[in-house]
Design a protein around this ligand. Sequence first.
Ligand code: SF4
Length: 346
Amino acid sequence: MAAPERFRIIGAMREELRDFVAGLGAPAYRADQILRWVYAAGAPSFEAMTNLPKALRETLAERATLYTTAVAETRRSSDGTAKLLVALADGAAVEAVIIPEDDRRTACISTQVGCAIGCVFCASGIGGLVRDLSAGEIVEEVLQARRSLGEGEALTHLVVMGIGEPLMNYEALVRALRILTAPWGLALGPRRITVSTVGLPATIRRLAGEGLGVNLAVSLHAADDFTRERLVPHARPLGEVVAAARDYLHRTGREVTFECVLVKGVNDSVEDARGLADLVGREAILVNLLPVNPVPGLGWQAPSAARVERFVRELRGRGVRVQVRRRRGADIAGACGQLRRHRCGH
Ligand code: SF4
């Protein structure tokens, strides 16, 4: 007879853990103690949960699982960016990145192994989607990122911009966000979390109704549908995407940004900038520009600094709020060996 499946602590909601603990004959407050050990204290094992009775710790070790992932490799850039290769239990791997900036420590995490979208400039989509991450695996990425911080450092922000399209792994994403923001969980402020999507209008509207209060980044990449489809195969029409993003802004009151990866000769002309200004208008939504990170073999190049500057001037001249995102960890991106490719921005 197959052994009963172990209960996975990381990824469980508080009520589920309470039910599990009750099933072991322990009082409900033991569940809260376990949660404090996992999320507040960062305990690496049941053995470390020293205010639990020894017998309960032993039962937990037999019947439950804490971490199912491990950091297989860490690369640190000269600018302080750290890339973690997070190995999953089935042998697959994803990448999490920690970006330091002044007092901020931002973790950028993945939601899928591979990606079904297949943006032409992105290496993550080359092999298609392998599988979704579970909510527990997504939460573990954040915990692993936090564990890799130095003495006195604290994780302050989270961006869901790693490998995968988060809104195509919706149930796991929402559950993970509830755990990450819960007072009994990681207690991250929702205003410090940004979910990045390539733009799935119906799912953006659904997310607006979840009451999560997280920020949203929507990748447009172009001012017209023809150019956008060159970059993002089967992309939804821009009009629908922008309308859904505005709806998210108005219903949640949270920050929404439009993202645009600039590719030399494709979407970086003054006409493209004018079209983008017409599309996004003069409202409060910030436009983030990110010169493409060239992937060997794909053939796409970043525009020159002068061309990016011209693009920015055109947008600003038309009243659009715009900033150019700095590429972080550039010196380890090309040398990441077995680290999976990661772009921090769709
Ligand atoms: S940029 Fe994002 S949505 Fe596009 S293929 Fe890469 S991971 Fe997928």
